[in-house]
Design a protein around this ligand. Sequence first.
Ligand code: IMP
Length: 182
Amino acid sequence: MGFYHSMHDPAIEGILVSTEVIADTVSELGRRITADYAGKNLALVTVLRGGVIFLADLCREIDLPLSLDFMAISSYSPGAGAVRITKDLDDSITGRDVLVVEDIIDTGLTLNYLLSVLRQRDPASLAVCTLFDKDVRRLVDLPIEYSGIRIPDRFVIGYGLDLMGRYRNLPFLATLREEVME
Ligand code: IMP
């Protein structure tokens, strides 16, 4: 019987952001959010599925009362920006201080659409926290209050991010070998 170890997975080129750097960044973001949202009515909203790994770590670094809620979306056509909500939030966000928690922002089109949907529900405030920011690829100008780590224009996997459903459980952010991308 063979043993799998992600460090020897032939598809993985190398580690782009280590477990330690991710942990430090998540705890710093948590500290800032804790300071900024004291006395507010914080609701963390996350998009399934990639965001849940970051959310699980981030929410435990926020020392405030808060609630968690989830949405799921699927895009009509890749890159078009318009998305279909396949699972809506369970709770109302009207009057709540909503913080959208994202694993990565690439073009920003998905998030742009999501924010317009959430804004229509009259939250008291609406802000964004992303762990990874591929800002060179941005197509729409979005206000991102909390941005963790800027990354280059590479396809990355791990810490929630997948390649065809796999690799979300890697405890670090990795790049793929070019051969795998083709
Ligand atoms: P955007 O609308 O272009 O900002 O796309 C955001 C979504 O694309 C993210 O929530 C991810 O699901 C996915 N995505 C973007 N870049 C990557 C990547 O490098 N690896 C895996 N998924 C990615």
